[in-house]
Design a protein around this ligand. Sequence first.
Ligand SMILES: C[S@@+](CC[C@H](N)C(=O)[O-])C[C@H]1O[C@@H](n2cnc3c(N)ncnc32)[C@H](O)[C@@H]1O
Length: 246
Amino acid sequence: MEEHYGARFFGEREAAVYEDHLADMFDAAVVTPIVETLADLAGQGRALEFGIGTGRIALPLAKRGVRVQGIDASEAMVARLRAKPGGKEIDVTIGDFSTSRVEGQFSLVYLVFNTIFNLITQDEQVACFQNAAGHLDAGGRFVVELTVPELQLLPPGQTINVIGVDARAMSFDVYDVVTQRLTSHHFVMSEERFSSYPVEGRYAWPSELDLMARLAGLRLRDRWGGWQREPFTSLSRSHVSVYEKP
Ligand SMILES: C[S@@+](CC[C@H](N)C(=O)[O-])C[C@H]1O[C@@H](n2cnc3c(N)ncnc32)[C@H](O)[C@@H]1O
């Protein structure tokens, strides 16, 4: 497993820098609205995070009183979760969230921070929806947070979209509109070295995800432009989609 996912994208090397490079994503201003919304959707039931990582969301959600479990392919990421206060109390299964089954039923399964795009084929993404649905109680919710593919920024023939450049780091997304493959390149520079952290993925439009949900017996209940439940519009750069098991 570590070979397949962790070593390619979230092995020891990536886990060692994850929280430094993404410090902004751990800010309370980012995390609190996510945790509040997920706690509200979980209600009195249990929550399962696909791609739990180092516990950015799971730990504060558990602290908020929700019983949380997780699945992640990366031992290295999960080791960091377990080393944090409260980390050992969260039950994490090492495995692929498109296929791994954990015991019990949940009122909420959630998959944040574009992580479903880490599945690089449509079949795997369809399987992920089916796996989420299989873990849900009737009335349970599957919540997916994703960026909207930035294809409107690309004229025909151009494949590269610059995400950000400063004196220390550069990030680019490279799109293949035939295969829907999306490679995010992150380059980080310091006095001593120049490091590259590529992440391979497959992008999908919200409508394709809705169809995957239907194949899994789920239906779209809400789509917001963000965690404050902002309206989703043609200008939204990301979406939070809430699917429900009837
Ligand atoms: C961008 S990190 C997000 C971690 C955490 N959810 C957060 O918001 O900080 C993606 C996580 O998903 C895990 N992951 C990626 N693909 C996976 C798969 N197919 N099965 C299980 N875990 C996977 C990675 O190991 C990593 O820990």
